[in-house]
Design a protein around this ligand. Structure first.
Ligand SMILES: Cc1cc2nc3c(=O)[nH]c(=O)nc-3n(C[C@H](O)[C@H](O)[C@H](O)COP(=O)(O)OP(=O)(O)OC[C@H]3O[C@@H](n4cnc5c(N)ncnc54)[C@H](O)[C@@H]3O)c2cc1C
Length: 404
């Protein structure tokens, strides 16, 4: 009998967790496994706020896919997926067309701009490692240009961050540490720099414990970061953003840098598949398959699962994406053996939001933590995610050990 072909799209947390768990638990002759990713490296999306602010170099947040896959069990193809033909069971890429018996879609997230005019064009987005490098270099360019100008345009030194959710706050935490370094490096007086977080909702970090939110805001404000809450961005232009401050009351904030961190959606390729989706996220069956498509699994941010306890979707996280990868690998092996698939049950261990290198807030195993303890925990979580994919050698190579 012909060996089934398993095609995994995307080497993010979900795709890589699927592949490494397949290669751990499957014999060489059981299936042909191919992993397709647009880069020959994986990047830690959860560290992109650091690469964007410049507190980590881009090469520190990524590692080679070849370091974590077993070449005798998994074929890696560097290619950009261009189309997914579910009826024809084929995936087209810029490096050929690939057929499959089983497909795993783990193509990750994209920024969501909610149709706000100008954001797509004029705001930067913490979307991937290349975008993170662009943000870092853009901010450095603004500082360098200001210091060269005869007639100084201080708005070059204004950084607007759209969104006070998890990504926005983590990025602001890094900026709190990075701005003094930039000022020193580029001879800029720190009082000239303005970092402003603009949020449409009436609160910071929705879903987090109010006491922890108060701690986070206090910490960031102490570093000079301003907040404008309940004031949606209504337009972005090359000069900055317009925000709504009340009924018919608007303010224009001139800014050299606008970073939009206020929402994510699934990968747009999902929308062309004909599979039912909401903002490119597929409400998957309990075993992670796409409804009506028994040979297609969806992992990570392209999948949507309802937390029945609160009747809301689970937030898209790396924690869940990696756990889903483990289940998808098990279910693929079960299908090949003609056995029943199992249900995916998230095991939520908590959530820690960093506020720069040495501070954080979080709830871990139901306990609230702040400060150095939370920051230490964040590094443990970051290292654990490396361990789950690449074992101890990857932790030694890429881990975070600067705990003091
Ligand atoms: C700044 C930031 C901080 C975060 N912090 C946390 C946190 O603390 N904890 C947490 O749990 N979650 C966090 N998240 C969320 C987490 O990063 C995502 O939920 C997670 O990355 C989703 O994993 P994924 O496998 O779905 O996709 P991704 O990690 O997005 O990976 C998708 C992969 O697909 C590839 N790809 C995309 N399009 C194509 C294409 N057309 N062709 C080929 N390859 C393609 C990409 O290159 C990438 O390798 C954070 C996110 C951000 C941005």
């Amino acid at each position: 009998m012909k060996r089934p072909t398993i095609l995994v799209l995307g080497a993010g947390y979900g795709g890589l967790a699927t592949v490494v768990n397949l290669q751990k638990n499957i014999g060489i002759d059981v299936a042909d496994i191919t992993l397709i990713n647009q880069n020959d490296y994986h990047y830690e999306s959860t560290w992109l706020h650091e690469a964007s602010a410049g507190t980590l170099r881009p090469d520190q947040v990524r590692y080679d896919i070849a370091d974590v896959i077993k070449a005798d069990k998994v074929k890696f193809v560097k290619a950009s997926v261009e189309g997914i033909d579910i009826a024809g069971k084929q995936v087209s890429t810029n490096n050929g067309v690939f057929s499959y018996d089983y497909l795993v879609i783990g193509l990750g997230f994209e920024g969501e701009t909610f149709g706000i005019p100008g954001l797509d064009k004029y705001a930067l987005s913490i979307a991937n490692v290349k975008a993170a490098r662009q943000i870092r270099e853009h901010i450095e360019y603004q500082f360098a240009t200001w210091s060269m100008e005869d007639v100084k345009d201080d708005s070059r030194l204004t950084i607007v961050v759209g969104g006070a959710g998890f990504t926005g706050i983590e990025f602001l935490g890094e900026l709190g540490n990075r701005v003094p370094e930039l000022c020193k490096e580029f001879d800029v007086p720190q009082e000239k720099v303005r970092v402003l977080c603009v949020e449409a909702a009436p609160m910071v970090l929705p879903g987090f414990d109010p006491e922890l939110v108060e701690y986070a805001v206090g910490h960031l404000q102490a570093k000079g970061i301003e907040f404008s809450i309940g004031t949606p961005v209504v337009e972005a232009t090359p000069e900055g953003v317009k925000i709504k401050k009340g009924e018919d009351v608007f303010e224009f904030i001139k800014a050299g840098t606008v970073v939009w961190a206020a929402g994510v959606r699934g990968n747009r390729l999902i929308e062309q598949t004909g599979i039912e989706n909401m903002r490119a996220r597929v409400k998957v069956e309990k075993d992670m398959r796409a409804p009506g498509h028994n040979d297609v699994f969806i992992v990570g941010d392209c999948a949507l699962m309802i937390n029945e306890e609160v009747n809301r979707p689970y937030p898209p996280t790396a924690q869940i994406a990696m756990q889903q990868g483990v289940t998808v690998a098990k279910n693929l092996i079960s299908l090949i053996k003609g056995e029943e698939t199992e249900e995916f049950v998230p095991d939520l261990k908590g959530s820690v939001c960093s506020l720069g290198e040495h501070d954080a807030i979080g709830v871990v195993f139901g306990k609230k933590i702040t400060g150095a303890k939370a920051s230490f925990m964040k590094k443990v979580i970051d290292n654990r995610s490396l361990f789950m994919i690449g074992g101890p050698s990857l932790v030694v190579k890429k881990g975070k050990f600067n705990v003091l």
